[in-house]
Design a protein around this ligand. Structure first.
Ligand SMILES: Cc1ncc(COP(=O)(O)O)c(C=O)c1O
Length: 316
């Protein structure tokens, strides 16, 4: 997996080696910035509106000026995807606060930089094995749940997980409740009932989590979930832009069997179908986002009806 050749920086798409960032962009080195990772299916960003809305909310929470319009950014995304010829992959959108505090230079630069680049889809096959990290999230911090560029807490914990032979960590908050993983939201199934940590537990408002919560015919409770409840679950799964819905087979040495369980399997299928249908609708062809995943006719009709929600409209 590697970064693609072209990068968008402020007002143009450039070859990577021509993009110049400066130490005088104060927010670059102190992590005063926000970002989001989007999935590209069939050359189009999935759930662009939801990602934009989260970026807008996060900008407000960290007082970051956002002098960019949604439609302008959407057009630029299309330009970048074309330049890199991305059909299936991931896109990152960053906004970095340049002119803040005493550590900024007098160089001519916008108040906020916009940086976007694309990568191949990471190879992530489930089910996943997770470790456990107590005090991995501090729910009471005012910036908890904001997707800021100061991301050390997350990448450090992910690296710790890999060092112990796990793919990611379950991050536990200061109240002994589970919050999320370093790059995914968590879900638990007890006797067929699905629940996920409430945002007050310190988790990110993941776009995939939002889509699952909004899915017709699925009832998911948002609540506090203790470590004991986590051990008692019949099924555990995670959601994220790059993973969609993936079963968890173990946390530390506690096994969940079968993985995926029946509820996880159903939700994973419905999530994947939804993404495929969005590509299908926009593309206007019978080709699906993943090539190998046929849409079941009866299912695709109900999903097409559901995607009339403005939030779910794919980008043109
Ligand atoms: C900390 C954290 N939680 C959850 C998620 C899942 O969010 P999304 O579904 O928007 O990818 C991510 C995504 O990277 C994340 O970094």
């Amino acid at each position: 997996m590697s970064m693609h050749k072209h990068v968008f920086h402020n007002d143009r798409v450039l070859p990577l080696e021509q993009v110049r960032l400066s130490p005088g962009q104060a927010g670059l080195l102190n992590g005063w910035g926000i970002f989001s990772t989007l999935r590209i299916y069939e050359g189009r960003p999935f759930a662009f509106e939801r990602h934009w809305e989260r970026l807008r909310r996060d900008a407000e929470r960290v007082n970051l000026p956002l002098p960019y319009e949604q439609e302008q950014v959407r057009r630029t995304v299309s330009q970048l995807l074309q330049a890199n010829d991305v059909k299936e992959g991931c896109l990152r959108i960053y906004f970095v606060y340049n002119q803040i505090g005493i550590w900024c230079s007098q160089e001519k630069m916008p108040v906020t930089d916009c940086i976007m680049y694309t990568v191949d889809l990471p190879m992530r096959s489930g089910p996943v094995r997770l470790g456990l990290l107590e005090h991995g999230r501090y729910a009471a911090h005012p910036l908890t749940g904001v997707k800021v560029t100061s991301w050390l807490e997350n990448v450090w914990a992910a690296e710790k997980a890999r060092g112990r032979g796990f793919e990611d960590m379950v991050l536990v908050n200061e109240h002994g409740c589970v919050a999320e993983c370093t790059a995914a939201n968590l879900f638990f199934v007890h006797s067929g009932i699905v629940s996920t940590p409430a945002q007050s537990a310190g988790c990110l408002a993941g776009v995939s989590r939002e889509i699952l919560l909004a899915s017709a015919g699925v009832s998911i409770a948002e609540r506090d979930i203790t470590i004991e409840e986590m051990w008692a679950a019949d099924e555990v799964f995670i959601s994220s832009t790059t993973r969609e819905v993936q079963a968890v087979s173990s946390i530390e040495d506690h096994q969940y069997k079968p993985a995926p369980g029946p509820v996880t399997e159903r939700l994973a299928r419905s999530f994947a179908q939804r993404a495929a249908v969005v590509s299908f609708q926009v593309g206007g062809t019978a080709r699906l986002g993943r090539g190998t995943r046929p849409i079941e006719p009866a299912c695709s009709i109900s999903l097409i009806q559901r995607t009339t929600d403005k939030q779910e409209q794919p980008s043109p």
